[in-house]
Design a protein around this ligand. Structure first.
Ligand code: G16
Length: 540
């Protein structure tokens, strides 16, 4: 490790005075102009992580659903998962180190993590379409090269595509080819094979409107669409040619405001969906004949997928165990439906796909989705082998079901939640089951809910327990929430500090929209008063 070279180059990527950052829900995020030093340093860290794991590591430059002026960085571990928690601490130390301490912090990480410094390192890099992303990804490359690491810059990619590349490279191509064509071919082949089996191939199933949040999803879906256009035609909205990234559009906007994105032309009962800024989340929606907006979020996506998988397993007579993983944001009706009607075990983890992914690995088939539309399905190696064997051995209807499962395995991005892959899975399932969007929506009725944001001086004052469902500090906050919840029927509420934005999130649900809105407002006032609210106080 040439530490003098690190010092020299680090000075060119100087840390702004007094800036303290924390590796959050999905890496570092803030205004792009403050991130140059973080990118350089994450390039250094990726090299150490690569040496330590003797594998390729990924660095994605994106701030996903955040406004265009923000940026961020996500590190991707060898099997395409999020960076291991113990290394998140190293990332935070390195990002906050003063210039004169850079050498000692790097040595300290290498010693604590037992990094073999003689080992080669390889890092792959991707970026989203933000104006700041290209320059910031160059800073990552500077960090990688100064520590002697090799790299491949994929340029513009969705976040899940970078996760896929890392997974492919570290399994010597067994998971797929580590090129953008490899990704398109693998997913489209599985999708085309699956939809071939559909009985209902009427026009109704063949067209979908996609709001791309004015982000990278538009570029990549355009590149990919000709691979499957015989089976599904996609019409792209908010494709980045005129609008601003994530502004009044995208999955986060649609989910949190519970209304359609700007620019989308919706006819009644037409199936529409929205990606977020880096295309790792998806939500569906439609207008009914009376013009009412219906949102189909991650919870209903998880329900559709798990019921389809259960049916296929029943058909082939295999008792592989399925588990569904959610977070505290999951609508109470979805959890009840999964447990009581579908009889599948449901688990709740903290927010952040890294937590859900980890829990989902405990099952033969782990289905995980956050209500915001971030999720995928994981198949254990043993389950995958079994299904592939059965697809060869079984006969007739059973063989057909096993083959479908095999294609489903290939169609899911098992490294990370992926809007494009999830969209194709959902479209295939709807076609195969002959379901309209309304029939899908009618599986259960969501409890009315509301999400709000509260600005406080220091959001870390709020700490939580029980998968974020209970506030531990500041004193008195949980008691206040408990008292407010008692005023409403079928109600629930919780608060937690966001790990991607400088705000506190408030979630409430109740028996009517009026009650959910009112409960969310009252809880916001409690947060504002007890946790040091700043600026204008919450408005009803
Ligand atoms: C990231 C995480 C998600 C999380 C979301 C919001 O999404 O990957 O798991 O739900 O942030 O997190 P928070 O509530 O802590 O702000 P994305 O799509 O922005 O990368």
């Amino acid at each position: 490790m040439d530490l003098d070279a690190v010092t020299k180059h680090s000075a060119l990527h100087a840390k702004p005075n007094g800036l303290i950052l924390q590796y959050g829900t999905a890496g570092f995020r803030m205004k792009a102009e403050h991130l140059d030093h973080v990118m350089f340093r994450m390039g250094l860290l990726a090299v150490l992580r690569s040496k330590h794991t003797k594998s390729t590591i990924g660095v994605m430059v994106t701030a996903s659903h955040n406004p265009e002026e923000d940026n961020g960085v996500k590190l991707v571990d060898p099997l395409g998962e999020m960076l291991a928690p113990s290394w998140e601490e190293h990332a935070t130390c390195l990002a906050n180190a003063e210039e004169e301490d850079m050498q000692s912090v790097l040595m300290d990480i290498s010693e604590k993590a037992v990094v073999d410094l003689q080992q080669d390192a390889f890092v792959v890099i991707g970026r989203d379409t933000r104006p700041s992303s290209q320059k910031l990804s160059q800073s990552v490359i500077d960090g990688v090269t100064v520590l002697g690491g090799q790299f491949h810059d994929y340029g513009l990619l969705t976040t899940p595509q970078l996760h896929y590349m890392v997974y492919c490279r570290n399994t010597n191509g067994q998971y797929g080819k580590a090129t953008i064509e490899g990704y398109y071919q693998k997913l489209s082949k599985a999708f085309v094979e699956l939809t071939k089996q559909a009985f209902c191939s009427g026009d109704e199933y063949r067209s979908l409107k996609v709001d791309c949040a004015n982000g990278i999803g538009a570029l990549k879906l355009r590149e990919m669409e000709h691979y499957f256009s015989q089976e599904l035609s996609v019409q792209l909205y908010n494709d980045g040619t005129t609008g601003k990234l994530n502004h009044l559009c995208g999955a986060d906007f649609v989910k949190s405001h519970q209304k359609p994105p700007q620019g989308m032309e919706m006819k009644s009962n037409e199936r529409c969906c929205s990606f977020d800024g880096d295309a790792d989340r998806i939500v569906y929606y439609y207008h009914d004949a009376d013009g009412h907006f219906h949102l189909i979020d991650g919870d209903k996506i998880a329900t559709l997928i798990s019921s389809f998988l259960k049916e296929l397993l029943l058909e082939i007579g295999e008792s592989l165990n399925i588990g569904v993983v959610q977070t505290a944001y999951a609508n109470g009706s979805s959890t009840r439906y999964l447990k009581e009607v579908m009889k599948v075990p449901v688990y709740c983890t903290k927010t952040g796909v890294k937590h859900l992914h980890h829990k989902a690995q405990e099952f033969d088939i782990g289905v995980y989705f956050e209500a915001n539309g971030h999720g995928t399905v994981l198949f254990s190696k043993a389950a995958e082998m079994k299904i592939r064997e059965l697809a060869k051995e079984l006969e007739d209807k059973k063989r057909k079901a096993a083959k479908m499962l095999e294609n489903v395995i290939d169609l899911f991005n098992q490294a990370a939640g992926d809007a494009i892959s999830d969209m194709l899975v959902i479209e295939a399932i709807l076609a195969l089951k002959g379901l309209t969007v309304q029939q899908w929506d009618a599986l259960y009725t969501d409890l009315p809910n509301r999400q709000l944001k509260v600005k406080v001086a220091d959001r870390q004052l709020i700490s939580t327990t029980d998968a974020e469902r209970q506030a531990v500090t500041p004193p008195g906050l949980q008691e206040a929430i408990n008292d407010l919840v008692k005023k409403y029927e079928l109600s629930r509420a919780f608060v937690r500090p966001s790990g991607t934005e400088d705000i506190v999130r408030v979630y409430a649900e109740a028996d009517s929209q009026e009650s959910a809105d009112s409960l969310a407002y009252e809880v916001s006032v409690a947060v504002f008063q007890l946790a040091g609210g700043v600026g204008e106080s919450p408005q009803p």
